[in-house]
Write a protein that binds this ligand. Structure first.
Ligand SMILES: Cc1ncc(COP(=O)(O)O)c(C=O)c1O
Length: 315
């Protein structure tokens, strides 16, 4: 029995996880480690256009890896027949590539879907799929995994005590003041053993109004599409789909757009710095890292912020 009465802890609305039936871990890379352990893969094919932290579990477990290229529509250039103990990992880029995920799942039994950028994309039956909550919400950690191969093992929950400062700090002060704390909280995940989701993230993720979040993201995306599509070299129309994007990917040749937006306090992340090491200047992945700008469309913002971004880009 827990103590009764006394001072109060933080309180949250008691709702449900969006991914109710998934295994709840701490980070996406830990989900990949779990899959590699459960499926005993010896080899994995990963895109050049991805985050280098995915190599942590691959190297830790001594799994052989090969990179593959993607095309201008963010689809794999890959036609290898996979060995039994070999996997293909594909990233559902910006939450806009569910159709590609579906067709790959028909072609490859050993597909691993990285939905770190696609929190709201449904898992495909019998396909190992993982999600990372930090890319979509203000939580210290949180990842979801769907697999038909559960490990018979319990993992200790991640305790983020020291790594919640940026979440509270940005709420009451400025993003800039807590950027270093945010970086530190991210570094803490480096080479961390598999943990289950922290109790704090569980509470936050069960309290969110997902339907409102979905609607906001889709509306914001459509505002940006309407005004920027004619300047964008890559276009994804979401009006005929259920896609809920992570960001509006804007591919444009304008030099220094990222810096000029940052000077207006519009923060545009760079996906991903490691790509410069892995590829050459001629490769499409270098171009994407340099000039495919993920413009924020998340639930914190409405039409006013979208128009502010549009005005600065058009300027
Ligand atoms: C596409 C993609 N997959 C996986 C990851 C790893 O996520 P996590 O930091 O939750 O391990 C990232 C991290 O940025 C990512 O961008």
């Amino acid at each position: 029995m827990k103590p009764i009465g006394g001072y109060f802890e933080l309180e949250f609305r008691e709702g449900e996880h969006y991914h109710k039936n998934a295994i709840k871990l701490s980070t996406a890379r830990q989900c990949l480690e779990y899959i590699l352990l459960a499926r005993k893969y010896k080899k994995i094919n990963i895109p050049y256009y991805t985050c280098d932290v995915l190599l942590e579990p691959i190297k830790k477990l001594g799994v052989e890896y090969n990179f593959y290229h993607i095309n201008e529509m963010l689809e794999p250039i890959f036609d290898k027949v996979l060995d039994k103990d070999e996997a293909l990992l594909y990233t559902n880029y910006f939450g806009l590539k569910q159709n590609t995920v579906l067709s790959l799942s028909k072609q490859y039994k050993n597909l691993i879907v990285d939905n770190a950028q696609a929190f709201f994309s449904s898992p495909v039956k019998h396909t190992d799929t993982f999600y990372s909550a930090r890319k979509f919400f203000g939580v210290p950690d949180g990842a979801y995994l769907y697999t038909d191969y559960p490990l018979d093992k319990k993992f200790p929950p991640y305790v983020p005590n020291l790594h919640t400062k940026h979440l509270v700090g940005r709420l009451v002060h400025t993003a800039e003041m807590y950027y270093n704390d945010y970086k530190e909280s991210e570094c803490a995940f480096s080479n961390m053993e598999i943990h289950s989701m922290s109790i704090l993230s569980e509470h936050i993720l069960k309290a969110l109004d997902y339907q409102q979040i979905i609607q906001r993201r889709r509306e914001n995306y459509m505002i940006l599409s309407h005004h920027l599509n004619n300047l964008n070299k890559i276009k994804f129309n979401i009006s005929d789909t259920d896609d809920v994007p992570m960001a509006y990917p804007f591919w444009n040749d304008k030099v220094n757009l990222r810096h000029s937006l940052i000077s207006q306090k519009i923060f545009i992340p760079k996906y991903w710095q490691c790509v410069f090491e892995w590829t050459t200047a001629q490769d499409i992945e270098t171009e994407f890292t340099e000039r495919l700008y993920p413009i924020p469309i998340d639930q914190r913002y409405k039409e006013k912020e979208m128009n502010y971004i549009i005005d600065h880009i058009l300027e």
